[in-house]
Design a protein around this ligand. Sequence first.
Ligand SMILES: *[C@@H]1O[C@H](CO)[C@@H](O)[C@H](O)[C@H]1NC(C)=O
Ligand SMILES: *[C@@H]1O[C@H](CO)[C@@H](O)[C@H](O)[C@H]1NC(C)=O
Ligand SMILES: *[C@@H]1O[C@H](CO)[C@@H](O)[C@H](O)[C@H]1NC(C)=O
Ligand SMILES: *[C@@H]1O[C@H](CO)[C@@H](O)[C@H](O)[C@H]1NC(C)=O
Length: 505
Amino acid sequence: MVIMALLLIFLLCLSTSLRDTAALTRHDFPKGFIFGAGTSAFQVEGATDEDGRKPSIWDTFTNQGYSFDKATANVSADQYHHYKDDVKLMRDMGLDAYRFSIAWSRLIPDGRGEINPKGLEYYNNLIDELIRQGIQPHVTIYHFDLPQSLQDEYDGLLSPRFIEDYTAYAEACFKSFGDRVKYWVTINEPNIDTIGGFDTGTLPPQRCSYPFGVNCTVGDSTTEPYLAAHHLLLAHASAVSLYRDKYQATQRGQIGITLLGWWHEPATNSSQDAAAATRMNDFHIGWFMHPLVHGDYPTVMRSRVGARLPGLTAEQSKNLVRSFDFIGFNHYIVLQVQADKREFSQMQRDYYADAAAIPSQFEHIREGHLDDAPWALGKLLDHLRLLYGNPPIMIHENGFSDTSEVPGKIEYDDDDRSEFLQDYIEVLYLSMQNGSNVRGYFVWSFLDVFEFLFGYRSRFGLCGVDMNVEGRTRYMRKSAHWYSGFLNGGELRPVSPSAKAYSAA
Ligand SMILES: *[C@@H]1O[C@H](CO)[C@@H](O)[C@H](O)[C@H]1NC(C)=O
Ligand SMILES: *[C@@H]1O[C@H](CO)[C@@H](O)[C@H](O)[C@H]1NC(C)=O
Ligand SMILES: *[C@@H]1O[C@H](CO)[C@@H](O)[C@H](O)[C@H]1NC(C)=O
Ligand SMILES: *[C@@H]1O[C@H](CO)[C@@H](O)[C@H](O)[C@H]1NC(C)=O
């Protein structure tokens, strides 16, 4: 009997180790694991001037010509008029889920007050169509596109009034769509929205101050990013409390927040750079994760930012702790970090000076592609497991961009994209074997969209969109066929040596 048991154990071990080297399929992921793809409202809908929608700060920014090629999202992929075709394409591909966002100024054009019946109708139609085709809607409530009216009225995120208006808007979403939407994200990437909008001034509302940003007419890079982030955190907690108190028991959905998940590595082996990379991960990820798990900003931020970092009352802190059912992460790149040895006085530092860190992109991550560093996703997931109690994670964005000479030009062949996605899905699997609590994976993007600063030069879509014809024709790229094959049970290529080397490390 003992021998039999030993033999059985031996065979079991053999089969798990074989599993690691054989090709993976989606059936190797836990039952209920969600594979999807995503977009966001401003980037995909178009129809910016139709049926009562009013401008967001991104309309203002793009109409002033700040995006690449002075591109606007006025039409973009025109999903507003093509949502049925898109949902059919999703079904044909076999997606479990579609991640999209609601345009605040389409649903509530003035930011607060009356609901726009046409906006309500559009999102009801989209959600109903998804459900009819068996695709779960995963909805982001706020994805960068603040109504311009709230920016004009009280400087948007800089005012605590944002919290109240945001909560009312979130409630309108729960009330209108929560019978069908079972996954809500309160806010997308607050950890970059605040830096771009209030420190470097490169994103709307383009606030910054010398010497940290360029060409801003107003702003204060030393204080405003922290204040904007603070209000976003409190708005998140407020919407989650409301959902839990009034809607969750009957609607039975889950709610979370989605952060940008850059990973930071030291540029050299020096202990100063190692410390700088750790600080940068605390400033980038810990800025939000620490309050959400421990109820306050990270210690290193408290000590380095000092009085410029807003305080949290006991009550606010209590509302923040565990105010999520999952955390979303958008993961793309790894940055290499050098310690910043310049001297700034305490009151004259921005976020990066506070972190005393200079992040930059690696020059050679791997031959061919700069962004292809799947091991960094493994490190990010390890970090979340070890530092933040292994929360349930959704990878809400991960994807590969190529650029076109002619904006929006048709391109079918994208084997690089399929390779990229396989590399990351492999690491995801290995991290989960290692105990990471990942619940879903969404490719960015379902189709080509308006890529914020990069306009239509940058293509992330599994499906392409011919941006140069009026009907915005969709077509499946090779990667869409590849993903579809995987979703229908097809094999990933065998686990690559680089991924195995990572898992053995
Ligand atoms: C986009 O829409 C805005 C407002 O509706 C308009 O002022 C602008 O001219 C449009 N831009 C382009 C390139 O069509
Ligand atoms: C700042 O403004 C100057 C002068 O208008 C312009 O040449 C430069 O490109 C601007 N820089 C950025 C980053 O927008
Ligand atoms: C760091 O040290 C390791 C082993 O000592 C070496 O292989 C590696 O090249 C060093 N890296 C850098 C960036 O100096
Ligand atoms: C597994 O976890 C260990 C310790 O936490 C870590 O060193 C290793 O890199 C992880 N491997 C993978 C594949 O996540």
